[in-house]
Design a protein around this ligand. Structure first.
Ligand code: FE2
Ligand code: FE2
Length: 189
């Protein structure tokens, strides 16, 4: 069901491929003194993502839950994760927190980060980049882990198919192909 790959030291991609959509839903776990999960996935994926996280750490120890923007595949299972992990706090933009997150999915108030602000989880340092221009939401942001140069993003560089966890090939071309393909369907424009 899930494929777990270490893509950086203590950084893991948990990938669930949904064949009906020809799409992967990827969550990222960074193991540290204060473990950080980037993306929860949709609520329906919660049991399977929890199972994958449990192979790496005690899921109840998750301390931070980051995500780019307010959508089901980014933070739909935040409530379930916060019920499981008593110290888990969401980290997102002030717009995401104020407009949607605290009202709809957060069990505890989210921690808003300003553009450029750094969240330290132990060995790792996550710089928040506020990006209302990408991928497609005014509340969007990215987390850039400075020590490993690991960019945590969602929907940016979107690819279809059950693609590899790590590549040294072009990803912009695949993203362009996906955009052209989507022009034929309900997600056009
Ligand atoms: Fe999304
Ligand atoms: Fe999105």
């Amino acid at each position: 069901m899930n494929t777990v790959t270490e893509i950086a030291p203590d950084g893991y991609r948990i990938s669930t491929f949904v064949s009906q959509a020809n799409l992967q839903f990827n969550q990222f776990l960074v193991r540290d003194d204060e473990p950080l999960l980037f993306h929860t996935g949709m609520r329906r994926l919660f049991p399977t993502v929890r199972e994958a996280v449990a192979k790496l750490i005690d899921p109840g120890m998750i301390r931070w839950i980051g995500f780019s923007h307010f959508e089901a595949d980014e933070c739909g299972a935040l409530t379930e994760w916060q019920n499981l992990a008593p110290n888990a706090t969401a980290v997102c933009s002030l717009v995401a927190k104020s407009v949607s997150v605290d009202d709809v999915v957060a069990v505890r108030p989210a921690q808003a980060l300003c553009d450029g602000e750094v969240l330290t989880t132990g060995k790792h340092r996550f710089q928040f980049l506020q990006t209302p221009q990408v991928p497609h939401a005014w509340d969007a942001g990215l987390l850039f882990e400075e020590t490993q140069r690991l960019l945590l993003c969602s929907d940016l560089f979107h690819q279809n198919g059950d693609v590899e966890a790590v590549t040294e090939s072009d990803v912009v071309g695949r993203f362009k192909d996906m955009l052209i393909e989507y022009q034929q369907g309900p997600f056009a424009n």
